[in-house]
Write a protein that binds this ligand. Structure first.
Ligand code: SAM
Length: 288
């Protein structure tokens, strides 16, 4: 009898993965935590019933969330990651030898411990001396007077829907605190989910970021284990445009290339209509 894991992506859409073995099931103070060994994508972390990261395709999401900003910013020395307790994004950022420090602010210590045990190729970052791990709520962390200013702030959190801890990271107040925590030429990026199933996350975040930052851009990639595959990121930048420069290749990358970087900002009208007109106009690459 085969074992299947079902994710309720929305009221009208479910995703099923065939599971070879349940590696872990538990509950922290913040969320339920499962690790499945899936038939098609290997070990995968699930929080509150939502797929977070699977070994078979996690590099797509982590390469885009890391290398689009790392290539756009001329001196990304100090990086703040909010969320990302599985370690995958920190691993990708620390693959850049020019990055001097990474501060990872994760609200749930149990996610880090379980990832260290069951997601071995996510977690090399936790042993990198440039990494500082802070267990805190990202919104609260940004209100601390002693925090330094950052060149990049990358928000790799759970989605804002539901009762999980991610919702506070999708508010105008959070974006204002991100703005204040960034250096005068800093930039931020946030995962804004699968607009095929949850369009409001992209719509609301792009509107808030465009009102907070002088430059707002939206880009995308395709993550097979996320609902519908098409997955978005929203950015806010004080100075550098994520689009208008010639990015260098990343030697070890299996998804990110300079051409993929450029293509990721071509917004299909189906999703372009969700973002503010100013963002849509700025991202028109081949004017008619
Ligand atoms: N790649 C995944 C995605 O796009 O859905 C995110 C993976 S990562 C495991 C998400 C992490 O965000 C979780 O470990 C969760 O505990 C953390 N998180 C959620 N809300 C947070 C908050 N307010 N402050 C800090 N970490 C938070």
């Amino acid at each position: 009898m085969s074992l299947w894991f079902t994710e309720n992506a929305s009221d009208g859409h479910r995703l099923n993965w065939k599971v070879k073995r349940m590696l872990f099931t538990g509950k922290s103070a913040f969320q339920s935590i499962e690790v499945l060994d899936t038939e098609s994508f290997g070990p995968a972390l699930v929080l509150d019933g939502i797929m977070q990261t699977a070994c078979g395709d996690e590099f797509i999401y982590h390469e885009m969330l890391a290398w689009v900003p790392l290539r756009a910013h001329p001196h990304p020395d100090h990086v703040l990651i909010i969320g990302g307790g599985d370690g995958g994004l920190a691993r990708e950022v620390l693959a850049s030898k020019t990055v001097k420090t990474v501060t990872l602010v994760e609200i749930d210590p149990m996610v880090v411990e379980i990832s260290k045990k069951y997601l071995p190729h996510h977690v090399e970052a936790f042993f990198d001396p440039r990494l500082t791990l802070v267990y805190a709520d990202g919104l609260e962390y940004l209100s601390r007077p002693e925090i330094p200013s950052y060149d990049l702030i990358l928000v790799d959190s759970t989605d804002p829907e539901g009762a999980g801890p991610g919702s506070v990271l999708y508010t105008p107040e959070f974006h204002r605190r991100v703005f204040d925590a960034l250096a005068e030429d800093g930039l931020y990026i946030q995962q804004t989910g699968a607009p095929s199933y949850n369009p409001d996350v992209l719509r609301d975040t792009a509107l808030s970021a465009s009102r907070t930052f002088p430059l707002c851009r939206v880009f995308w990639c395709v993550v097979p284990t996320y609902p519908g595959g098409f997955f978005t990121f929203t950015s806010g930048s004080k100075q550098y445009d994520l689009m208008h420069f010639h990015p260098k290749a990343v030697e070890h990358a299996r998804w990110y290339t300079p051409a993929v970087h450029r293509a990721a900002f071509a917004l299909p009208p189906l999703f372009g209509r969700l973002v503010p007109e100013s963002v849509r106009q700025a991202q028109v690459q081949d004017p008619a």
